[in-house]
Design a protein around this ligand. Structure first.
Ligand SMILES: NC(=O)c1ccc[n+]([C@@H]2O[C@H](COP(=O)([O-])OP(=O)(O)OC[C@H]3O[C@@H](n4cnc5c(N)ncnc54)[C@H](OP(=O)(O)O)[C@@H]3O)[C@@H](O)[C@H]2O)c1
Length: 265
């Protein structure tokens, strides 16, 4: 029997699969998705076997990752409810779906991990918030859950009531970062930089700035101040961002994202 079974092989399922393969053997993994041609392509590429149905996938895995949209959760849970065993662990990565609601569908004793990863998992730089009731899990199960999420990036463990904040801070926010990169690169192109160079200049700057925050332990405001020479170019740009409510726009995006977590249709 495989250890980990992915149900759904879209943007997030595939990104996690690639990371997990750095730590687990292909024979430890199984996956499925409705498009069997796509399953075959991914299987040929990765050496991981696929199942032809959700029930077959769940029946052949101890750790079942629900990598499907929240809108199809109910249907997928109906597909697998009869093959969930006492030692099954269900890993959910959908926003707005609680551990209790999954237990309501799959059985009160089902062990459920709720997590919110992000797509940089594809390049091993993911950030995942994880929540589960540790008392329900064996030492080995906790170890596998830990190795699973650490295989594609960094992990923070949080109380489940904070999972919606994780969606805002790191689940959805890569989209905002890409928008920032795209806008800044467009501006560089406007002033004559080649498109390829523009992405390299800006993306490496975002990467380096993020590393500074993570590795120097300095407050982001202090790091910002170190870039701003008195009467210089940077403070002129910072003032323009403030004038156009840059920070408030980010806070408003978080408000919208947080509200949506409670209202997904
Ligand atoms: N994308 C992100 O940045 C991100 C980050 C964190 C969490 N998430 C969460 O991860 C989950 C998946 O998101 P995603 O972005 O990977 O979506 P996606 O790219 O649309 O992938 C969803 C996958 O589920 C498959 N699927 C659809 N209906 C199914 C069914 N009834 N049974 C089995 N598989 C089914 C899809 O197949 P078809 O394509 O053939 O329909 C596809 O392979 C969502 O809950 C999302 O909220 C996403």
């Amino acid at each position: 029997m495989a250890k980990i079974g992915f149900i759904g092989m879209g943007n997030m399922g595939y990104a996690m699969l690639k990371g997990v393969l750095n730590v687990f053997e292909p024979s430890d993994i199984i996956f499925t998705c409705p498009d069997l041609d796509k399953c075959k392509r991914i299987s040929d590429e990765t050496g991981v076997k696929y199942a032809e149905s959700n029930a077959e996938c769940a029946n052949n895995a101890q750790y079942i990752v629900l990598a499907v949209k929240p809108q199809v959760y109910s249907a997928v849970m109906k597909n697998i409810v009869n093959v969930i065993r006492e030692d099954s662990v269900v890993i959910s990565i959908a926003p707005g779906i609680t551990i209790d609601s999954i237990k309501d569908n799959l059985g009160i004793n089902t062990k459920v991990v709720r997590a919110m990863p992000n797509t940089p998992a594809l390049v091993g730089e993911g950030m995942t918030g994880v929540s589960y009731n540790k008392d329900e899990f064996s030492f080995e199960q906790r170890d596998v859950v830990d190795r699973f999420f650490n295989s594609f990036g960094k992990v923070v463990y949080v109380d489940e009531k904070l999972m919606d904040v994780i969606v805002c801070a790191s689940g959805s926010s890569p989209a905002y970062v890409y928008m920032f990169i795209e806008a800044l690169a467009d501006s560089a192109v406007k002033y004559g930089i080649k498109r390829d160079d523009a992405y390299k200049l800006v993306a490496q700057t975002v990467l380096g700035s993020a590393k500074m925050v993570l590795e120097t332990n300095e407050h982001p405001g202090v790091l910002k101040d170190k870039v701003c020479s008195p009467g210089g170019t940077t403070i002129a740009g910072v003032a323009a961002l403030e004038e156009h409510n840059f920070r408030n726009a980010v806070i408003k995006a978080t408000d919208a994202c947080y509200d949506k977590c409670h209202n997904i249709k």
